[in-house]
Ligand binder design. Structure first.
Ligand code: TRH
Length: 377
């Protein structure tokens, strides 16, 4: 019999919360004997990643996942076998009572934010708070053994490799987005938050002898792009050229298409949590714009990831990559660090592939969750 899972997602900011939970829900139903209800408080944010969502529906099925609107007014419902509170969201009080009343007691997990910090290994799987007799556990995604791993669907790397080998499939996909890259141009995607360092990077790309086609999905960085171009507005589909740099605005596409975009590009600027992981699965060099947190604690996370990721790179290439990422996240001049990274490009490319394969050799997060439950029972 299928185990019943409830995943609760409160959309706090941006698309990471829904991006991660939607991906997890789909994978659990596709690859494990699980029936999943995904409770989401903001269906409009969800719609951006999954245009089939009916934002008015209290209840609907999408890709075999039962999607429930998590309304402010909670209607009584029974508790599932496994309950996931994503990113420490607060469950409805009545649902917590339903959990406590249920026999057998459900497994209650907090799916935490992704971090490469070493303490994560020691905290993954530990008991957290208790509600009546229901114990909550920490579940930490991560990059190392002893963590919950990363979301990675079955066959993902194979699909990516097949697409990357198929020039025609890539051209057709890009054409579908209105993109016809200049022959020989380096293709870069850019998904980022506002960034004061952007102008210096775009200057460097424009002045580079090699052409670049920069694809910018609609979103927060667009204002900075617009200012650099000196234009009033930038609508989806807009194409602007400055010297060697072509800039094109893309629509926000469904999650699976966003993967294809990352797979097509030579270099991907990503942000937050989920796009950051997807860019790693693309096996291409990447630039991470980390989600800013109070008191700059995100910088510790950045350094922790860099410490792991640069292992296996030569000291010079590791330094160049770290300089680039630090400049980007500091919002400072990118021209020098960008040119510095260019000198190590073949090594950075090879390393991105090796990192991807190394990460893929670990159990994926959905499998780890199912395993955790198996051990708990
Ligand atoms: O949107 P984000 O900035 O989300 C953030 C982070 O997760 C951050 O850690 C968290 O604290 C904060 O939200 C609340 O970045 P992220 O995580 O990459 O999520 C973006 C999602 O949007 C991801 O699932 C990919 C998806 N996406 C598309 O589906 N289509 C697109 O065209 C693009 C650009 C993104």
């Amino acid at each position: 019999m299928k185990a019943r899972w409830d995943i609760f997602c409160s959309v706090v900011d941006n698309y990471g919360d829904i991006g991660v939970t939607w991906r997890l829900a789909r994978q659990l139903v596709a690859e494990h004997p699980c029936a999943v209800r995904l409770w989401v408080d903001d269906l409009r944010a969800f719609e951006r990643l999954c245009p089939a969502i009916d934002v008015q529906a209290e209840q609907q099925v999408q890709q075999r996942v039962e999607v429930r609107h998590w309304a402010a007014e909670w209607s009584a419902t029974d508790a599932a076998d496994v309950v996931i509170a994503a990113f420490a969201c607060q469950l409805p009080a009545a649902y917590m009572d339903a959990m406590a009343a249920r026999q057998p007691t459900p497994l209650w997990l907090n799916l935490d934010y992704l971090s490469a910090e070493p303490w994560v290994i020691g905290c993954h799987g530990l008991p957290s708070v208790k509600y009546k007799q229901v114990q909550k556990f920490f579940f930490f995604p991560g990059f190392q053994a002893g963590t919950g791993g990363l979301l990675r669907e079955a066959g993902l790397l194979e699909r990516c490799a097949a697409f990357q080998r198929d020039g025609q499939a890539q051209s057709e996909f890009l054409q579908g987005l209105g993109v016809v890259p200049t022959p020989g141009a380096r293709l870069i995607s850019l998904f980022a938050y506002e960034n004061t360092g952007l102008a210096s990077w775009l200057d460097a790309l424009a002045q580079d002898p090699a052409p670049t086609h920069l694809l910018v999905p609609e979103g927060r960085v667009l204002g900075d792009v617009q200012r650099w171009l000196g234009v009033e507005a930038l609508a989806v589909g807009a194409v602007q050229q400055r010297q060697a740099l072509t800039v094109q605005v893309l629509p926000f596409v469904p999650q699976d298409d966003y993967d294809r975009l990352l797979w097509c590009c030579d270099f991907n600027g990503v942000r937050g949590e989920d796009s950051f992981v997807r860019a790693q699965w693309a096996g291409k060099p990447l630039l991470w714009h980390i989600y800013q947190q109070e008191e700059d604690i995100h910088l510790d996370k950045l350094e922790a990831f860099l410490a792991l990721y640069t292992q296996g790179l030569s000291p010079a290439a590791g330094q160049a990559l770290a300089d680039l990422w630090r400049a980007w996240n500091g919002g400072v001049d990118m021209a020098g660090p960008w040119r510095g990274a260019q000198k190590h490009w073949p090594e950075l490319q090879q390393h991105a592939r090796a990192w991807c394969l190394e990460q893929a050799s670990r159990p994926d997060l959905a499998a780890a969750l199912v395993q955790f439950r198996g051990n708990w029972i």
